[in-house]
Design a protein around this ligand. Sequence first.
Ligand code: KG4
Ligand code: ZN
Length: 421
Amino acid sequence: MSAPMRHVSQSCQRRILSCIRLTGNDESNARIFSAFSTYFTSKKTVLGIETSCDDTGAAVVDNGGRVLGEALKSQIKIHVEAGGILPPVARNLHVESIGGVVQEALDRASMTVHDVDAVSVTVEPGLALCLKVGLDHAKSLVRLSGKPLIPIHHMQAHALTARMTNRVDFPFLVLLISGGHCLLTVARDVADFVLLGESLDDAPGEAFDKIARQLNLKNLPQFTSVSGGVAIETMARQGDPKSFDLPLMLTQVRTCDFSFSGLKSQAKRIIAHEEKRQGVSRDDVLPNAADICASFQYGVLKHLARRVQRSLLFCELSGLLPKHNKTLVVSGGVGSNQFIRTGLQKLCDMYSTHLICPPPRLCTDNGVMIAWNGIEKLLSGQNFSAANPEAVDFQPKCPIGEDISSSVRDAAIKLPPLKLL
Ligand code: KG4
Ligand code: ZN
Protein backbone atom coordinates (compact mmCIF):
# COMPACT_ATOMS: atom_id res chain seq x y z
CA MET A 1 0.00 0.00 0.00
CA SER A 2 1.46 3.35 -0.99
CA ALA A 3 2.11 5.72 1.90
CA PRO A 4 -0.42 8.42 0.85
CA MET A 5 -3.23 5.82 0.86
CA ARG A 6 -2.75 5.35 4.60
CA HIS A 7 -4.12 8.84 5.17
CA VAL A 8 -7.33 8.42 3.23
CA SER A 9 -10.46 9.15 5.28
CA GLN A 10 -12.99 6.37 5.85
CA SER A 11 -15.65 7.96 3.66
CA CYS A 12 -13.10 8.22 0.88
CA GLN A 13 -12.04 4.59 1.47
CA ARG A 14 -15.67 3.50 1.04
CA ARG A 15 -15.84 5.43 -2.26
CA ILE A 16 -12.61 3.81 -3.52
CA LEU A 17 -13.93 0.35 -2.65
CA SER A 18 -17.26 0.94 -4.38
CA CYS A 19 -15.50 2.29 -7.51
CA ILE A 20 -13.33 -0.83 -7.72
CA ARG A 21 -16.46 -2.94 -7.28
CA LEU A 22 -18.33 -1.00 -9.96
CA THR A 23 -15.63 -0.65 -12.60
CA GLY A 24 -14.65 -4.25 -13.10
CA ASN A 25 -15.35 -7.82 -12.30
CA ASP A 26 -12.21 -9.46 -13.61
CA GLU A 27 -9.80 -11.34 -11.41
CA SER A 28 -7.25 -8.55 -10.98
CA ASN A 29 -9.91 -6.08 -9.83
CA ALA A 30 -11.13 -8.64 -7.33
CA ARG A 31 -7.59 -8.97 -6.02
CA ILE A 32 -7.23 -5.18 -5.74
CA PHE A 33 -10.60 -4.98 -3.99
CA SER A 34 -9.56 -7.63 -1.51
CA ALA A 35 -6.18 -5.96 -0.80
CA PHE A 36 -7.82 -2.59 -0.21
CA SER A 37 -10.52 -4.01 1.98
CA THR A 38 -8.08 -6.02 4.14
CA TYR A 39 -5.89 -2.96 4.55
CA PHE A 40 -8.73 -0.61 5.40
CA THR A 41 -10.51 -2.96 7.78
CA SER A 42 -7.32 -3.78 9.73
CA LYS A 43 -6.38 -0.13 10.10
CA LYS A 44 -7.49 1.47 13.36
CA THR A 45 -7.51 5.15 14.22
CA VAL A 46 -8.24 6.85 17.53
CA LEU A 47 -8.92 10.50 18.35
CA GLY A 48 -7.20 11.36 21.66
CA ILE A 49 -8.02 14.34 23.88
CA GLU A 50 -5.83 15.75 26.69
CA THR A 51 -6.81 18.55 29.11
CA SER A 52 -5.53 17.31 32.48
CA CYS A 53 -3.34 20.32 33.25
CA ASP A 54 -2.32 23.34 31.14
CA ASP A 55 -2.21 21.98 27.58
CA THR A 56 -5.24 21.47 25.38
CA GLY A 57 -4.19 18.65 23.06
CA ALA A 58 -5.87 16.47 20.46
CA ALA A 59 -4.55 14.03 17.87
CA VAL A 60 -5.57 11.26 15.52
CA VAL A 61 -3.14 8.33 15.61
CA ASP A 62 -3.31 5.00 13.79
CA ASN A 63 -2.25 1.51 14.82
CA GLY A 64 1.08 1.95 13.03
CA GLY A 65 1.90 4.83 15.38
CA ARG A 66 1.44 7.39 12.62
CA VAL A 67 0.18 10.76 13.75
CA LEU A 68 -2.43 11.61 11.11
CA GLY A 69 -3.39 14.94 12.61
CA GLU A 70 -2.41 16.84 15.73
CA ALA A 71 -3.17 20.15 17.45
CA LEU A 72 -1.90 21.57 20.73
CA LYS A 73 -2.71 24.82 22.51
CA SER A 74 -0.36 25.59 25.35
CA GLN A 75 -1.43 27.91 28.18
CA ILE A 76 2.13 28.30 29.42
CA LYS A 77 2.54 32.03 28.62
CA ILE A 78 -0.49 32.98 30.70
CA HIS A 79 0.51 30.77 33.65
CA VAL A 80 4.13 31.99 33.60
CA GLU A 81 2.86 35.59 33.74
CA ALA A 82 0.49 34.74 36.61
CA GLY A 83 3.28 32.96 38.52
CA GLY A 84 1.59 29.54 38.52
CA ILE A 85 -1.42 27.56 37.33
CA LEU A 86 -4.77 28.70 38.73
CA PRO A 87 -7.22 25.86 38.01
CA PRO A 88 -10.23 28.09 37.13
CA VAL A 89 -8.06 30.06 34.69
CA ALA A 90 -6.75 26.84 33.14
CA ARG A 91 -10.33 25.50 32.92
CA ASN A 92 -11.56 28.63 31.10
CA LEU A 93 -8.68 28.45 28.63
CA HIS A 94 -9.45 24.77 27.92
CA VAL A 95 -13.12 25.66 27.36
CA GLU A 96 -12.05 28.36 24.88
CA SER A 97 -9.71 26.06 22.94
CA ILE A 98 -11.09 22.52 23.08
CA GLY A 99 -13.51 22.73 20.13
CA GLY A 100 -10.95 24.35 17.81
CA VAL A 101 -8.10 22.07 18.86
CA VAL A 102 -10.11 18.86 18.28
CA GLN A 103 -11.40 20.16 14.93
CA GLU A 104 -7.89 21.10 13.84
CA ALA A 105 -6.54 17.63 14.66
CA LEU A 106 -9.38 15.99 12.70
CA ASP A 107 -8.99 18.44 9.76
CA ARG A 108 -5.26 17.74 9.57
CA ALA A 109 -6.09 14.03 9.39
CA SER A 110 -8.76 14.76 6.73
CA MET A 111 -11.23 12.97 8.95
CA THR A 112 -14.38 13.54 10.95
CA VAL A 113 -15.24 11.92 14.26
CA HIS A 114 -17.35 9.45 12.26
CA ASP A 115 -14.16 8.12 10.63
CA VAL A 116 -12.20 7.17 13.76
CA ASP A 117 -12.63 3.85 15.59
CA ALA A 118 -12.78 5.37 19.07
CA VAL A 119 -12.34 8.52 21.12
CA SER A 120 -9.88 8.34 24.02
CA VAL A 121 -9.67 10.98 26.72
CA THR A 122 -7.62 11.64 29.86
CA VAL A 123 -9.86 11.08 32.89
CA GLU A 124 -7.20 10.67 35.64
CA PRO A 125 -5.15 12.04 37.38
CA GLY A 126 -5.11 15.83 36.94
CA LEU A 127 -6.85 19.07 37.84
CA ALA A 128 -10.55 18.31 38.33
CA LEU A 129 -11.80 21.43 36.55
CA CYS A 130 -9.54 20.74 33.57
CA LEU A 131 -10.20 17.00 33.27
CA LYS A 132 -13.92 17.76 33.16
CA VAL A 133 -13.56 19.95 30.04
CA GLY A 134 -11.88 17.20 28.00
CA LEU A 135 -14.22 14.51 29.27
CA ASP A 136 -17.36 16.56 28.56
CA HIS A 137 -16.13 17.27 25.04
CA ALA A 138 -15.27 13.61 24.42
CA LYS A 139 -18.73 12.60 25.65
CA SER A 140 -20.38 15.03 23.25
CA LEU A 141 -18.36 13.54 20.37
CA VAL A 142 -19.28 9.93 21.17
CA ARG A 143 -22.91 10.93 21.68
CA LEU A 144 -22.85 12.39 18.18
CA SER A 145 -20.96 9.58 16.49
CA GLY A 146 -21.82 6.46 18.49
CA LYS A 147 -18.07 5.67 18.73
CA PRO A 148 -16.62 3.93 21.82
CA LEU A 149 -15.14 6.09 24.60
CA ILE A 150 -11.81 4.90 26.03
CA PRO A 151 -10.86 6.46 29.40
CA ILE A 152 -7.11 7.08 29.78
CA HIS A 153 -4.76 7.39 32.78
CA HIS A 154 -2.48 10.36 32.06
CA MET A 155 0.67 8.82 33.58
CA GLN A 156 0.15 5.45 31.89
CA ALA A 157 -0.13 7.34 28.61
CA HIS A 158 3.18 9.15 29.27
CA ALA A 159 4.77 5.76 30.00
CA LEU A 160 3.50 4.01 26.88
CA THR A 161 4.37 6.79 24.41
CA ALA A 162 7.78 5.13 24.06
CA ARG A 163 6.07 2.11 22.45
CA MET A 164 4.81 4.38 19.69
CA THR A 165 8.22 5.79 18.86
CA ASN A 166 10.43 2.76 19.60
CA ARG A 167 10.26 -1.00 19.82
CA VAL A 168 9.76 -1.53 23.56
CA ASP A 169 8.34 -4.81 24.84
CA PHE A 170 6.70 -5.36 28.22
CA PRO A 171 7.89 -5.41 30.96
CA PHE A 172 10.00 -2.25 31.17
CA LEU A 173 11.01 0.27 33.81
CA VAL A 174 9.67 3.82 33.57
CA LEU A 175 10.77 7.05 35.21
CA LEU A 176 8.03 9.66 34.89
CA ILE A 177 9.18 13.14 35.76
CA SER A 178 6.86 16.06 35.16
CA GLY A 179 5.38 19.18 36.72
CA GLY A 180 2.87 17.22 38.77
CA HIS A 181 4.46 13.80 39.17
CA CYS A 182 7.60 11.90 39.89
CA LEU A 183 7.48 8.14 39.97
CA LEU A 184 9.24 4.90 39.15
CA THR A 185 7.06 2.14 37.81
CA VAL A 186 7.31 -1.15 35.95
CA ALA A 187 4.94 -1.37 32.99
CA ARG A 188 3.93 -5.03 32.72
CA ASP A 189 1.12 -4.62 30.21
CA VAL A 190 -1.07 -1.93 28.63
CA ALA A 191 -2.92 -1.26 31.89
CA ASP A 192 -0.83 -3.25 34.37
CA PHE A 193 1.71 -1.16 36.28
CA VAL A 194 3.48 -1.60 39.63
CA LEU A 195 4.69 1.44 41.55
CA LEU A 196 8.22 1.23 43.01
CA GLY A 197 8.38 4.75 44.42
CA GLU A 198 7.17 8.31 44.04
CA SER A 199 7.81 11.82 45.27
CA LEU A 200 7.04 12.45 48.94
CA ASP A 201 6.66 16.18 48.31
CA ASP A 202 7.26 18.27 45.16
CA ALA A 203 7.55 16.99 41.62
CA PRO A 204 10.85 17.89 39.89
CA GLY A 205 9.14 20.07 37.26
CA GLU A 206 7.50 22.03 40.06
CA ALA A 207 10.92 22.58 41.63
CA PHE A 208 12.36 23.69 38.26
CA ASP A 209 9.45 26.13 37.84
CA LYS A 210 9.85 27.59 41.34
CA ILE A 211 13.62 28.08 41.04
CA ALA A 212 13.21 29.69 37.60
CA ARG A 213 10.67 32.06 39.14
CA GLN A 214 12.95 32.83 42.10
CA LEU A 215 15.73 33.66 39.63
CA ASN A 216 13.35 35.97 37.65
CA LEU A 217 14.25 34.13 34.45
CA LYS A 218 10.92 35.14 32.89
CA ASN A 219 12.20 38.73 32.90
CA LEU A 220 14.70 37.71 30.22
CA PRO A 221 13.06 38.09 26.78
CA GLN A 222 14.04 34.59 25.60
CA PHE A 223 12.18 32.99 28.55
CA THR A 224 8.88 34.90 28.63
CA SER A 225 6.86 32.04 27.21
CA VAL A 226 8.75 28.86 28.06
CA SER A 227 8.45 26.65 31.13
CA GLY A 228 10.81 27.11 34.08
CA GLY A 229 12.45 23.78 33.20
CA VAL A 230 13.33 24.90 29.69
CA ALA A 231 14.63 28.25 31.01
CA ILE A 232 16.86 26.53 33.60
CA GLU A 233 18.18 23.97 31.12
CA THR A 234 19.04 26.73 28.64
CA MET A 235 20.74 28.91 31.27
CA ALA A 236 22.60 25.90 32.72
CA ARG A 237 24.45 25.35 29.42
CA GLN A 238 26.57 28.43 30.26
CA GLY A 239 27.10 27.44 33.91
CA ASP A 240 29.28 25.17 36.04
CA PRO A 241 27.28 22.35 37.71
CA LYS A 242 29.87 22.10 40.50
CA SER A 243 29.86 25.76 41.48
CA PHE A 244 27.31 25.33 44.27
CA ASP A 245 26.91 22.25 46.44
CA LEU A 246 23.31 21.12 46.77
CA PRO A 247 22.38 18.33 49.19
CA LEU A 248 21.67 14.82 47.95
CA MET A 249 18.19 13.98 49.20
CA LEU A 250 17.02 10.87 51.11
CA THR A 251 20.49 9.33 51.23
CA GLN A 252 19.63 7.44 54.44
CA VAL A 253 16.33 6.11 53.10
CA ARG A 254 16.83 2.96 51.02
CA THR A 255 13.71 3.30 48.88
CA CYS A 256 12.87 4.47 45.38
CA ASP A 257 10.91 7.44 46.72
CA PHE A 258 11.92 10.98 45.84
CA SER A 259 12.04 14.33 47.60
CA PHE A 260 12.74 17.68 45.99
CA SER A 261 11.65 20.15 48.65
CA GLY A 262 15.04 20.19 50.47
CA LEU A 263 16.87 20.72 47.19
CA LYS A 264 14.50 23.52 46.28
CA SER A 265 14.83 25.23 49.68
CA GLN A 266 18.63 25.05 49.54
CA ALA A 267 18.63 26.54 46.01
CA LYS A 268 16.33 29.33 47.24
CA ARG A 269 18.72 30.02 50.13
CA ILE A 270 21.65 30.20 47.69
CA ILE A 271 19.72 32.67 45.49
CA ALA A 272 18.80 34.90 48.45
CA HIS A 273 22.40 34.80 49.70
CA GLU A 274 23.82 35.65 46.26
CA GLU A 275 21.33 38.51 45.76
CA LYS A 276 22.43 40.00 49.07
CA ARG A 277 26.13 39.41 48.47
CA GLN A 278 26.02 40.98 45.00
CA GLY A 279 23.53 43.72 45.84
CA VAL A 280 21.12 42.54 43.14
CA SER A 281 17.48 43.64 43.48
CA ARG A 282 14.81 40.94 43.86
CA ASP A 283 13.46 41.60 40.35
CA ASP A 284 16.78 41.31 38.55
CA VAL A 285 18.59 38.26 37.27
CA LEU A 286 21.81 37.38 39.12
CA PRO A 287 24.98 37.60 37.01
CA ASN A 288 25.85 34.04 38.12
CA ALA A 289 22.32 32.66 37.57
CA ALA A 290 23.74 30.18 35.02
CA ASP A 291 25.93 28.58 37.71
CA ILE A 292 22.96 28.28 40.06
CA CYS A 293 20.85 26.73 37.27
CA ALA A 294 23.60 24.25 36.39
CA SER A 295 24.14 23.27 40.04
CA PHE A 296 20.43 22.87 40.69
CA GLN A 297 19.94 20.78 37.55
CA TYR A 298 22.90 18.59 38.56
CA GLY A 299 21.35 18.18 42.02
CA VAL A 300 18.09 16.98 40.43
CA LEU A 301 19.98 14.58 38.17
CA LYS A 302 22.00 13.07 41.05
CA HIS A 303 18.85 12.39 43.07
CA LEU A 304 16.96 10.92 40.10
CA ALA A 305 19.92 8.74 39.13
CA ARG A 306 20.38 7.28 42.64
CA ARG A 307 16.71 6.29 42.84
CA VAL A 308 16.76 4.78 39.32
CA GLN A 309 19.94 2.90 40.26
CA ARG A 310 18.13 1.33 43.24
CA SER A 311 15.10 0.49 41.09
CA LEU A 312 17.32 -1.36 38.60
CA LEU A 313 18.90 -3.36 41.43
CA PHE A 314 15.48 -4.05 42.95
CA CYS A 315 14.12 -5.28 39.60
CA GLU A 316 17.13 -7.57 39.27
CA LEU A 317 16.54 -8.95 42.76
CA SER A 318 12.81 -9.44 42.32
CA GLY A 319 12.82 -10.57 38.68
CA LEU A 320 10.49 -7.75 37.64
CA LEU A 321 12.54 -7.10 34.50
CA PRO A 322 14.12 -9.60 32.10
CA LYS A 323 17.77 -10.46 32.86
CA HIS A 324 18.82 -9.33 29.40
CA ASN A 325 17.43 -6.53 27.26
CA LYS A 326 16.33 -4.35 30.16
CA THR A 327 14.77 -1.03 29.17
CA LEU A 328 14.33 2.22 31.06
CA VAL A 329 11.84 4.67 29.56
CA VAL A 330 12.10 8.28 30.72
CA SER A 331 9.12 10.51 30.01
CA GLY A 332 7.14 13.50 31.29
CA GLY A 333 8.09 17.17 30.79
CA VAL A 334 11.36 16.97 32.78
CA GLY A 335 12.29 13.92 30.68
CA SER A 336 12.90 16.27 27.75
CA ASN A 337 15.92 17.74 29.61
CA GLN A 338 19.05 16.76 27.65
CA PHE A 339 21.42 17.09 30.64
CA ILE A 340 19.26 14.70 32.66
CA ARG A 341 19.00 12.31 29.72
CA THR A 342 22.78 12.26 29.27
CA GLY A 343 23.32 11.53 32.97
CA LEU A 344 20.74 8.74 32.96
CA GLN A 345 22.34 7.31 29.81
CA LYS A 346 25.61 6.91 31.77
CA LEU A 347 23.76 5.06 34.51
CA CYS A 348 22.01 2.81 31.98
CA ASP A 349 25.33 1.99 30.30
CA MET A 350 26.66 0.81 33.67
CA TYR A 351 23.65 -1.48 34.16
CA SER A 352 23.38 -2.80 30.56
CA THR A 353 20.01 -1.15 30.17
CA HIS A 354 18.57 0.49 27.04
CA LEU A 355 17.47 4.05 27.66
CA ILE A 356 14.50 5.18 25.63
CA CYS A 357 13.28 8.78 25.74
CA PRO A 358 10.45 9.84 23.45
CA PRO A 359 11.23 13.01 21.47
CA PRO A 360 10.88 16.13 23.70
CA ARG A 361 7.60 17.25 22.09
CA LEU A 362 6.04 13.89 23.08
CA CYS A 363 7.47 14.05 26.64
CA THR A 364 5.41 17.10 27.58
CA ASP A 365 1.61 16.85 27.61
CA ASN A 366 0.01 16.29 24.20
CA GLY A 367 -2.94 14.64 22.50
CA VAL A 368 -0.79 12.09 20.64
CA MET A 369 0.04 10.08 23.76
CA ILE A 370 -3.64 9.88 24.66
CA ALA A 371 -4.60 8.73 21.16
CA TRP A 372 -1.76 6.17 21.18
CA ASN A 373 -2.86 4.82 24.55
CA GLY A 374 -6.34 4.49 23.02
CA ILE A 375 -4.86 2.49 20.14
CA GLU A 376 -2.94 0.23 22.57
CA LYS A 377 -6.13 -0.39 24.54
CA LEU A 378 -8.15 -0.99 21.37
CA LEU A 379 -5.67 -3.56 20.08
CA SER A 380 -5.00 -5.25 23.44
CA GLY A 381 -7.73 -7.82 23.05
CA GLN A 382 -9.29 -6.62 26.31
CA ASN A 383 -12.29 -4.35 26.40
CA PHE A 384 -11.27 -0.96 27.75
CA SER A 385 -14.16 0.98 26.21
CA ALA A 386 -16.66 2.46 28.64
CA ALA A 387 -19.84 0.36 28.85
CA ASN A 388 -21.81 3.55 29.45
CA PRO A 389 -19.86 6.62 28.26
CA GLU A 390 -22.28 9.05 29.95
CA ALA A 391 -21.44 7.49 33.34
CA VAL A 392 -17.66 7.91 32.98
CA ASP A 393 -16.26 10.24 35.61
CA PHE A 394 -12.86 11.88 36.12
CA GLN A 395 -10.52 11.20 39.08
CA PRO A 396 -8.15 14.01 40.12
CA LYS A 397 -6.07 11.49 42.08
CA CYS A 398 -5.52 7.95 40.89
CA PRO A 399 -2.49 5.65 41.43
CA ILE A 400 -0.77 4.33 38.32
CA GLY A 401 -0.98 0.76 39.60
CA GLU A 402 -0.26 -1.58 42.53
CA ASP A 403 2.01 0.10 45.08
CA ILE A 404 4.93 -2.20 45.95
CA SER A 405 7.15 0.51 47.47
CA SER A 406 7.05 -1.27 50.84
CA SER A 407 8.81 -4.28 49.24
CA VAL A 408 11.48 -1.89 47.94
CA ARG A 409 11.88 -0.48 51.45
CA ASP A 410 12.10 -4.01 52.93
CA ALA A 411 14.82 -4.95 50.42
CA ALA A 412 16.87 -1.97 51.80
CA ILE A 413 19.31 -2.07 48.88
CA LYS A 414 22.59 -0.26 49.57
CA LEU A 415 23.89 1.53 46.50
CA PRO A 416 27.42 1.26 45.13
CA PRO A 417 29.05 4.64 44.31
CA LEU A 418 27.92 6.41 41.15
CA LYS A 419 29.88 9.03 39.23
CA LEU A 420 27.87 11.06 36.75
CA LEU A 421 30.23 13.94 35.84
O1 KG4 B 1 4.55 16.49 31.48
P1 KG4 B 1 4.30 17.96 31.53
O2 KG4 B 1 4.13 18.70 30.23
O3 KG4 B 1 3.04 18.30 32.40
C1 KG4 B 1 2.73 17.64 33.57
O4 KG4 B 1 2.02 16.60 33.52
O5 KG4 B 1 3.23 18.14 34.62
O6 KG4 B 1 5.51 18.61 32.36
C2 KG4 B 1 5.62 19.99 32.56
C3 KG4 B 1 6.80 20.22 33.49
C4 KG4 B 1 7.00 21.68 33.89
O7 KG4 B 1 7.17 21.75 35.28
C5 KG4 B 1 8.27 22.08 33.17
O8 KG4 B 1 9.03 23.05 33.85
C6 KG4 B 1 9.00 20.78 33.06
O9 KG4 B 1 8.01 19.81 32.86
N1 KG4 B 1 9.93 20.78 31.92
C7 KG4 B 1 11.28 20.67 32.05
C8 KG4 B 1 11.80 20.78 30.75
N2 KG4 B 1 10.77 20.93 29.88
C9 KG4 B 1 9.63 20.94 30.62
N3 KG4 B 1 12.04 20.50 33.14
C10 KG4 B 1 13.37 20.43 32.95
N4 KG4 B 1 13.96 20.54 31.73
C11 KG4 B 1 13.22 20.72 30.62
N5 KG4 B 1 13.80 20.81 29.43
ZN1 ZN C 1 2.03 15.10 31.95
